[in-house]
Design a protein around this ligand. Structure first.
Ligand code: C5P
Length: 414
């Protein structure tokens, strides 16, 4: 199946749990969007959700019964809450209220929604929606961190006006199409991306750079190159013509990828510019910010002169150079951000500073073990949305990114 067909939800079963927030009205549109892509949608609603939209309207749009009561003998007889939890490909919670997230984090099961969420063995995606103060409250932050640690994916919330007059900030539920995109990214299997980037050219940077101090010493960092290599491989597997420009790493060339190995940031920039034009460029390299202004032509010696003084000068910013390039700017430019605090806030600032389209942000505080490790917890930050992906192996992160790239390029081509 081709990802650009935009019907890769065909035949997929989605269980939508509607929580009790004003954003519930958007969930009706979400049902419609999922169904028009061929998904089968079952709906469960919390008691509070029924104050905002009725089971009748949700059921009419979904084309089926809506599950609202754990003890309703008709629905229990019909499929039962355990089957409801299992007999699906994905569970989506939209809107996920602060209360529902707290229940999920705590493992409560006192209504049909929370019971199904506790009983399911399928992937879960939540679309939070709440007042900005509730979103930034320490209890919600704790619950969110717990959900992400439990493998639950998160889309949004977005910044903007709230339903309450005069209130604005982060807390609006992601738009239905953003939720659909997150559902797709979660569900599209690897083999389904085959061909989705055929005819496209892709460029990926990976690894650290080495900045010489003298002929034998250099400044480097701990980047392994694994994430960039996985992205290049996934893009090639999706049919793209891929150039991978990598700094020094101990990884084998991925099959069907043109690999160019470089040492320094300046060499990397030169090779990147040579590879343009491309349809998509992903900058996953951990480029050294500085280089030694005048590297020694010979090995620096210990001696009477004392410790050598190294003057540093700034390296070119490869991502910003390409993102701001007038003539050959790729239609989709994606940067990475390794942050140790305020991950999303800093990623948004980076998006503006570098002029790129998306930032894949990850928390690399030493406790996460991400640098050099095999797994990654990332947030996909675009101009108007944030998606937090659960902690996953780097191949899965790469695959999901390729799904998003393929869908975005296909939509832009229409
Ligand atoms: O500014 P910072 O290093 O955090 O930005 C990270 C992003 O910018 C990554 O995508 C990285 O590949 C890219 N970058 C670059 N050239 C640099 C520094 C960073 O391409 N000199």
């Amino acid at each position: 199946m081709n990802t650009s067909d935009a019907n890769h939800l065909q035949g997929k079963r989605i269980l939508l749990i509607i929580g009790g927030g004003i954003a519930a009205y958007k969930s009706l549109d979400l049902i419609r969007r999922l169904r028009e892509r061929g998904a089968e949608v079952r709906v469960a609603m919390t008691q509070a959700a029924q104050e905002f939209v009725t089971p009748l309207s949700a059921g009419a749009i979904a084309g089926g019964h809506v599950y609202v009561d754990l003890f309703d003998w008709r629905t229990e007889f019909d499929i039962g809450h355990i089957r409801l939890a299992r007999d699906t490909d994905l569970v989506v919670v939209a809107p996920a209220t602060a209360d529902l997230m707290a229940k999920m984090a705590g493992g409560h099961a006192d209504d049909v929604a929370s019971t199904v969420l506790l009983a399911t063995d399928k992937p879960v995606l939540v679309a939070p929606a709440m007042n900005p103060h509730m979103w930034s409250n320490a209890a919600t932050r704790r619950n969110l961190a717990q959900l992400v640690a439990d493998g639950i994916a998160v889309v949004g919330p977005n910044a903007g006006e709230m339903a309450e007059q005069g209130e604005a900030g982060v807390g609006r539920m992601a738009e239905p199409l953003e939720i659909v995109a997150a559902v797709e990214a979660r569900l599209v299997a690897r083999h389904e991306t085959a061909g989705s980037l055929s005819g496209r050219r892709g460029l990926v940077t990976a690894g650290p750079t080495h900045e010489p101090i003298d002929p034998v010493r250099y400044i480097a960092n701990r980047s392994s190159g694994k994430q960039g290599f996985a992205i290049a491989l996934a893009a090639a597997a999706a049919g793209a013509d891929v150039t991978l420009v990598t700094g020094p790493v101990s990884l084998a060339d991925p099959p069907a990828v043109t690999v160019i190995r470089v040492e320094s940031a300046r060499e990397m920039l030169a090779e990147v510019e040579r590879a343009l034009p491309v349809d998509v460029a992903v900058f996953a390299a951990a480029v050294a910010d500085w280089r030694v202004a005048e590297p020694g032509a010979q090995k620096l010696k210990k001696g009477a002169g004392g410790t050598p003084k190294l003057d540093l000068i700034e390296n070119p910013d490869i991502l910003a150079t390409v993102a701001r390039c007038r003539s050959k700017r790729p239609p989709l430019v994606i940067g990475f951000a390794a942050e140790t605090e305020h991950v999303i806030k800093n990623a948004r600032a980076k998006l503006d500073r570098k002029g790129c389209d998306w930032i894949v942000a990850n928390d690399v505080s030493p406790a996460t073990g991400i640098i050099g490790g095999d797994r990654n917890s990332v947030h996909l930050v675009t101009r108007d949305s944030v998606e937090s992906w659960p902690n996953e192996d780097k191949q899965t992160v790469a695959h999901k990114l390729i799904v998003r790239i393929a869908v975005t390029l296909a939509a832009a081509a229409k």
